[in-house]
Write a protein of this length. Structure first.
Ligand code: F6R
Length: 363
């Protein structure tokens, strides 16, 4: 079943283009038009969105929040399911609750859905598992089509969740008229290139992690930094690394460094920085320069031929240029590969990290 791959994690990282293609298929046509009528949801009266999820799915939710707020101008709350279920949450029948779960069986996420029932919220389940419990609890279902994910650490299911939320953001923007038709179609056509761009990232990064892995050989801990859409990607990169390599790793908004975490920085605390684009890239660069000045070994995730990245990074992991909507997916690829290669370098079983289960059906 593994084919040419040494483990399921590597296989599933490489299945991301296919997971994206299958998740977009039938929901996004060649002109860039989105069709989510399969959900049967009437989105016209939605005035607020709440995302409930755990772990990696929560990070996909944070990316969804950014896009829904920017395009559809709706307030979005992203809630940790285990907290939300006991929080006596606020909402009404116009609140759309988006419950994201690869397995569809996560107890805390199911309980969060139940909590949303008290205020009459409509629940959309974004899940990878047909017939799972959550598909029965929700009002509507948007299946991610990543195929079975065997590795405990989620990769291709995450990519598919991000794509599903991108579709939802475009659909909410269309229904609400917050983005012009032309721009919506153009964003839709960009989104259609997700499989191609993620495949390009995989090709570009093949066999390129060695120097970065070396920086982690004596690591006590590590920090993952990003701003804007790169922040949730940093959180996900840190989660991936800590769960399979057992190196304490934290994701931080790059601008928060000076409020505490920079005290951690020394030669044994590598910093992985997703530089991003535009104004945020400049801001991130200056935050990362501060860590480098304090001795951090920086792994910069940047576009090819980025001279500033070469200056600040001991190692640069290059990603292809991509339309804005696809960048979080593209940035995720080097972080997944890095986590995988650091853990295998330590002789660890990446598919079955200690203390973890694929599906968390206890509280
Ligand atoms: C991390 C990981 C977990 C899951 C979380 C939710 O790699 O896989 O954090 O994302 O346990 O699981 P689902 O999506 O099945 O509800």
């Amino acid at each position: 079943e593994l084919g040419v791959y040494e483990d399921f994690m590597m296989k599933e990282i490489h299945e991301q283009p296919e997971a994206l293609r299958a998740t977009l298929a039938g929901r996004l046509d060649a002109e860039g038009r989105v069709d989510l009528s399969e959900t049967g949801l009437d989105l016209r009266h939605v005035n607020r969105v709440v995302v409930v999820a755990c772990g990696t799915a929560l990070h996909a939710g944070l990316l969804g929040k950014g896009l829904i707020e920017r395009l559809a101008r709706l307030p979005v709350e992203v809630a940790v399911a285990s907290e939300y279920r006991y929080a006596d949450p606020v909402g009404d029948e116009n609140t759309l609750v988006v419950a994201i779960s690869q397995s569809g069986e996560t107890t805390d996420t199911l309980a969060a859905v139940e909590a949303a029932r008290y205020f009459g919220g409509k629940v959309l389940a974004v899940t990878n598992t047909r017939g799972s419990l959550i598909t029965r609890e929700a009002d509507a279902v948007l299946l991610t089509e990543a195929g079975p994910e065997i590795c405990v650490a989620s990769t291709k299911a995450f990519a598919a969740q991000v794509a599903a939320l991108d579709l939802l953001a475009l659909e909410l923007a269309r229904v609400r008229g917050t983005v012009s038709d032309d721009e919506l179609l153009s964003l839709g056509r960009d989104l259609r290139r997700a499989p191609e761009k993620v495949a390009a990232a995989l090709a570009l990064l093949e066999g390129k992690t060695e120097a970065a892995v070396e920086l982690f050989e004596d690591a006590r801990c590590s920090l993952f930094l990003g701003r804007g859409p790169a922040f949730p990607v940093a959180l996900e990169g840190a989660l991936k690394l800590k769960e399979i390599s057992y190196i304490p790793s934290e994701g931080y908004a790059a601008g928060e460094m000076k409020h505490g975490p920079i005290a951690l920085v020394d030669e044994q605390c590598p910093v992985v920085a997703i530089l991003g684009e535009g104004v945020l890239r400049e801001k991130t660069l200056s935050n990362v320069e501060e860590t480098a000045a304090r001795g951090a070994n920086v792994v910069a995730i940047a576009r090819e031929d980025d001279a500033a990245a070469d200056r600040v990074g001991r190692v640069v992991l290059c990603v292809p240029d991509a339309p804005e909507i696809l960048r979080p997916l593209v940035w995720s690829v080097p972080l997944q590969l890095l986590a995988h290669d650091i853990a295998t370098d330590r002789g660890l079983d990446v598919d079955k990290p200690r203390n973890l289960a694929k599906s968390v059906t206890v509280e």
